[in-house]
Design a protein around this ligand. Structure first.
Ligand code: PAF
Length: 283
């Protein structure tokens, strides 16, 4: 079974040895409940690095009050087996006190980029993500770390913090892995009933349609707001509950766009039963 370490000291001991031997190190941070999406991140890391380290930590700081921290799917043995099968070299699985020892009060916040979209609907979420990712990057100091485009805003937040805090770790993006019908793989898809699972691919279908429509208007006015309103309506008609946002944004800053002078991204978050689904598509 894959070697598992639980303390920062043990983690650093392994990584120091590998670095001393001239090996490059790729890091794949996860909250477990691993699916093909996570395993694709491990494959990206293995293709680029001599050694791949995965982390498994269900980070309490990124769950708000009333969110699903207690229900979040956990199966550490199954995760370890999947990582072993992928040829991952080491698993870092710290306890909460290792990451947040008593008295820990420092938080990393990302102004503006961390306050909009996901940040608006999940206050404190990005401070939780940014704090734990900063710590994991500094604990491991890999050559690079891999994050999925499925959580597109998270990817941008992490790129921003590494630049702003001069953390010498490259951030690699991996494409979203989807079911055959387009639904993006996510640990929270486990909350969908079979009826909801039938409806769920409408999210990707609608995002793709809006991205195509907006892209076609590339030479002039994107009419992005009109397109986004159409997309929101499609989701509601299909049976989604609250659509928290459906929007066309600048692909780098996530600020609203009106014209196609720069790359754009269509992003949405919507509830389907007990599952909050998020997804995004490039224009
Ligand atoms: O995307 C996730 O699984 C988490 O937000 C991350 C990056 C592992 C931080 O806890």
């Amino acid at each position: 079974m894959i070697e598992t370490v639980k303390t920062i000291t043990e983690l650093r001991r392994h990584l120091d040895q590998w670095r001393a031997g001239g090996e490059t190190i790729g890091l794949v941070p996860t909250m477990g409940a691993l699916h093909e999406g996570h395993l694709s991140l491990v494959r990206v890391a293995r293709a680029k690095a001599g050694r791949t380290v995965a982390t498994l930590f269900v980070n309490p700081a990124q769950f708000g009050e009333g969110e699903d921290f207690d229900q979040y799917p956990r199966d550490a043995d199954d995760d370890a087996q999947k990582l072993e099968n992928e040829g991952c070299d080491l698993l870092f699985r710290p306890a909460a006190e290792e990451i947040y020892p008593p008295g820990h009060v420092t938080r990393v916040t990302i102004e503006r980029l961390g306050d909009i979209l996901e940040g608006e609907f999940r206050p404190g979420f990005f401070a939780g993500v940014a704090t734990v990712v900063t710590k994991l990057l500094l604990q491991a100091l890999p050559d690079f770390a891999v994050f999925g485009e499925k959580d597109y805003q998270q990817l941008l937040v992490i790129r921003r913090l590494t630049r702003d805090l001069d953390i010498p770790v490259a951030i690699e993006a991996a494409p979203t892995v989807r079911e055959d019908d387009g639904l993006a793989l996510a640990s929270r898809n486990a909350y969908l009933t079979s009826d909801e699972r039938e409806i769920a691919p409408v999210l990707f279908g609608t995002l793709s349609q809006v991205a195509e429509n907006v892209g076609r208007g590339a030479s002039g006015n994107l009419r992005a707001e009109e397109q986004a309103a159409w997309g929101r309506d499609q989701l509601e008609r299909a049976g989604f509950g609250k659509v928290e946002y459906f929007t066309v944004r600048d692909a780098e800053t996530l600020e609203p766009v009106a014209r196609a002078s720069r790359p754009a991204r269509v992003l949405a978050a919507a509830w389907l039963g007990k599952a909050r689904l998020i997804d995004n598509v490039a224009v």
